[in-house]
Design a protein around this ligand. Structure first.
Ligand SMILES: [Zn+2]
Length: 402
């Protein structure tokens, strides 16, 4: 790999050609003419430019439709590296990929986002540099870095605005800080759920789907929205913050200050709190024993395990949570008519009991036409959704297309 000056500016047909080959795999000139509605001469010029820049490479000929089989063009994996970072509330997960998106190195470790941004980002930069060195590469060969963070992000500037989990990060210039270490890299920061939706759309079961929602259920609840194949961030980057939709005006006060938000009533901490209540009231032997074993601490995972073991009270908690989440999702379905809803995040590990109660609530409360083709499934990417999405977010932002 050789260093390039970044971010590299491509013309619009050049950018579209790279995107089309990324989407579908190797293509011939004739394929590109057809897909991009470009003339033969334009495609020839674009392909020649991209070959000379080492962005594309020639691969073996494709299938012949009578006559000589056409030459195919693929993304050149050796063009440069991209890195993906998934910053969670309690962990960081990183990957280094080649320019095709193939993951070369992985690393994850526990972390606490309540810590200040400087030391944490410094550490993240060191970890990326370490992965590049392991590949015998140099920092200036990293062309883009995608970072998903658990809070509201003003996308254009890549800064967090009033993040409840990580208050000291507000307005911190993440992009400029990381770029000090990787001068050739375009750094892109996005909300973690948007990043997961991008992962699902680029490398998961969502590939090829035009309209879907990725719902993350963990400590909080949020949605990533894919519209016509692209992430929808809204006017200010705040779209999808569905955890703060009110489901009970007389409900408990959420950390956002309002009463009865979905998140405070149905996310991981709510499931854990209800489990503890039941255990202390003598409603579940399983949970009472777990509470004793854990020295007074009970997690959503404990409630999930109790439910799996057939505990009636735990099952009721899971079902209630699914019903509340499904009720909110039904409103989204009526509003947006997605073809698919993917469920991900830590609490999705609770399993099919949660999924089936979500499905029931959605089907009961949405209009017939909007659910005719709707499917609701767990994301198959599982815990990899964030880091996969961060890689693809980075790949989307290697070039400036003018
Ligand atoms: Zn709230």
């Amino acid at each position: 790999m050789r260093a390039i000056r970044a971010p590299l500016t491509l013309s619009s047909p050049e950018g579209e050609t790279v995107a089309a080959i990324r989407r579908t795999g190797p293509l011939s000139r004739a394929d590109l003419e057809q897909q991009l509605e470009l003339s033969r001469a334009s495609v020839a010029a674009v392909v020649n430019t991209l070959l000379s820049l080492n962005i594309l490479r020639e691969v073996g000929p494709g299938e012949s439709q009578g006559g000589r089989p056409p030459q195919l063009y693929a993304i050149n994996g050796a063009f440069g590296y991209v890195a993906g970072v998934d910053v969670g509330a309690t962990s960081i997960d990183l990957a280094l990929a080649d320019f095709t998106g193939r993951i070369l190195e992985r690393h994850d470790e526990p972390a606490d986002v309540r810590d200040d941004p400087e030391p944490m980002l410094e550490h993240i930069a060191d970890l990326i540099a370490g992965m590049v060195a392991k590949q015998n590469g140099r920092p200036d060969q990293v062309l883009a870095i995608g970072i998903g963070v658990p809070g509201p992000v003003k996308f254009a500037e890549g800064v967090l605005i009033a993040p409840p989990l990580m208050p000291t990060w507000e307005f911190f210039p993440i992009k400029a800080f990381i770029r000090q270490h990787f001068p050739a890299a375009n750094v892109v920061v996005d909300n973690d759920v948007n990043v997961m939706a991008i992962g699902e759309a680029s490398a998961g079961t969502g590939k090829g789907l035009d309209n879907f929602i990725f719902l993350k259920i963990g400590t909080g609840i949020g949605a990533g929205i894919i519209v016509n194949g692209h992430i929808y961030r809204g006017h200010d980057g705040a779209a999808g913050d569905v955890g703060h939709i009110c489901i009970d005006y007389n409900g408990p006060i959420c950390h956002c200050g309002n009463a009865g938000c979905l998140e405070i009533m149905a996310a991981g901490p709510a499931i854990a709190a209800r489990g503890k209540e039941v255990a202390l009231a003598g409603g579940s032997d399983f949970l009472r024993k777990r509470l004793e074993d854990n020295k007074g601490v009970l997690t959503a995972r404990d409630v999930a395990e109790a439910a799996k073991a057939g505990d009636r009270a735990a099952n009721e908690i899971v079902r209630d949570s699914g019903r509340m989440i499904g009720g909110m999702l039904a409103s989204l379905v009526n509003f947006f008519n997605p073809q698919m809803i993917f469920i991900g995040g830590g609490v999705s590990n609770i399993g099919y009991r949660l999924l089936s109660s979500i499905r029931q609530a959605v089907l009961r409360r949405s209009t017939a036409l909007s659910t005719r083709h709707l499917r609701i499934e767990f994301s198959q990417l599982g815990a990899d959704a964030g880091v996969t999405g961060a890689i693809w977010l980075a790949l989307e932002h290697v070039f400036v297309v003018a």
